[in-house]
Design a protein around this ligand. Structure first.
Ligand code: PDD
Length: 301
């Protein structure tokens, strides 16, 4: 079991410099980090992950992310390797070692190193990997012009509520959207919109926000929770009901949300303008509140 693979050098990933990563208990320079080729994460995609935005050196909505991690681990019958306070301390160390500020933290827990077998190994310690990536600020263009989306059939499994590292279906869908000249795919299952390939999705009709309910067909997004609580705060009605594909063309607004992209307005769907063809009023209201909450987080309040 001594064989290891080297992570690709940071320069190949478009990162500016070598960062520190965390691998199985050690903080180490990313170009020195190794994992076993027998890791089930590598061989079977057998693991779960989280992506946590960091603003001003502090994790945003950490409790929500750690709670979802627990649910994902339970969903794949894996023990949580750390208590919340331990995760927090490790994440803080990684953030500090990588210079604080704004970052996108990635953490994954895989079932560990074992001879390849579909059946779970017994008595194997999970592998834990954490890295940081630059958090791209949204461009002015996205804010003023929105993004493009296409609808695609949701070809994923029946446990989309688990944040599993086996992302090939999501990756294929995102790639298909890209090849169609779009930024995101809105996924349709049994005639209804579930979510985006890497985001939750929303439609606005007559000032009311519609989003698919939390069930096994969507990832319970942490940003989605924030959006819904901001809507409540602003007195905007939210209906947690999936919108049919047929109704999407008549939506006043469409949005997607994720921890790294925040809330993004979709202004073109399948080549046609959405609503007035520009970011809508309800999105503007929610985005303003979201930015306010971020600023408060940065101020430490
Ligand atoms: N993805 N749904 C899917 C399928 C996702 O992949 C994501 C985020 C979300 C939004 O969840 P959250 O608001 O908690 O980020 C919904 C992350 C960012 C990723 O895989 O990189």
């Amino acid at each position: 079991m001594a064989s290891t693979i080297r992570y690709i050098a940071d320069a190949d990933l478009g990162l500016k410099s070598v960062t520190d990563v965390f691998v199985n208990g050690d903080f180490i320079a990313s170009d020195q980090a190794t994992v076993s080729v027998f890791d089930r994460g590598f061989l079977l995609g057998d693991g779960v992950y989280e992506v946590i935005p960091v603003y001003a050196g502090r994790c945003f909505k950490l409790a929500g992310h750690l709670n979802r991690l627990k649910n994902s681990l339970a969903g794949v019958k894996m023990a949580n390797p750390y208590k919340d306070q331990e995760w927090e301390a490790l994440l803080d160390t990684l953030i500090t070692r990588n210079g604080g500020g704004d970052q996108a933290l990635y953490l994954q827990v895989s079932r560990g190193v074992a001879p390849r077998d579909h059946v779970f190994p017994e008595g194997v310690a999970p592998s834990v990997f954490m890295m940081t990536n630059p958090l791209q600020a949204r461009s002015e263009q996205v804010k003023t012009q929105g993004i493009k989306a296409v609808t695609l059939a949701d070809s994923r499994w029946q446990r989309c509520d688990i944040k599993a590292i086996s992302l090939l279906p999501n990756s294929l869908l995102k790639q298909e959207a890209k090849e169609a000249g779009a930024d995101e795919a809105l996924l349709i299952r049994d005639g209804f919109m579930t979510e985006g390939s890497a985001s939750n999705s929303y439609a606005v009709f007559d000032g009311v926000i519609y989003t698919a309910p939390k069930n096994n067909h969507i990832l319970p997004g942490i940003t989605r929770d924030v959006v819904l609580s901001l809507a409540k705060q602003a007195g905007i009605e939210v209906v947690e009901e999936a919108v049919s594909e047929a109704r999407l063309v008549g939506a006043d607004e469409l949005w997607v949300s994720s921890s790294t992209k925040e809330v993004l307005p979709i202004t073109t769907l399948n080549g046609q303008g959405v609503g007035l063809g520009k970011p809508g009023k309800v999105w503007q209201q929610i985005d303003a509140l979201y930015q306010q909450q971020k600023r408060r987080h940065c101020d430490g309040s």
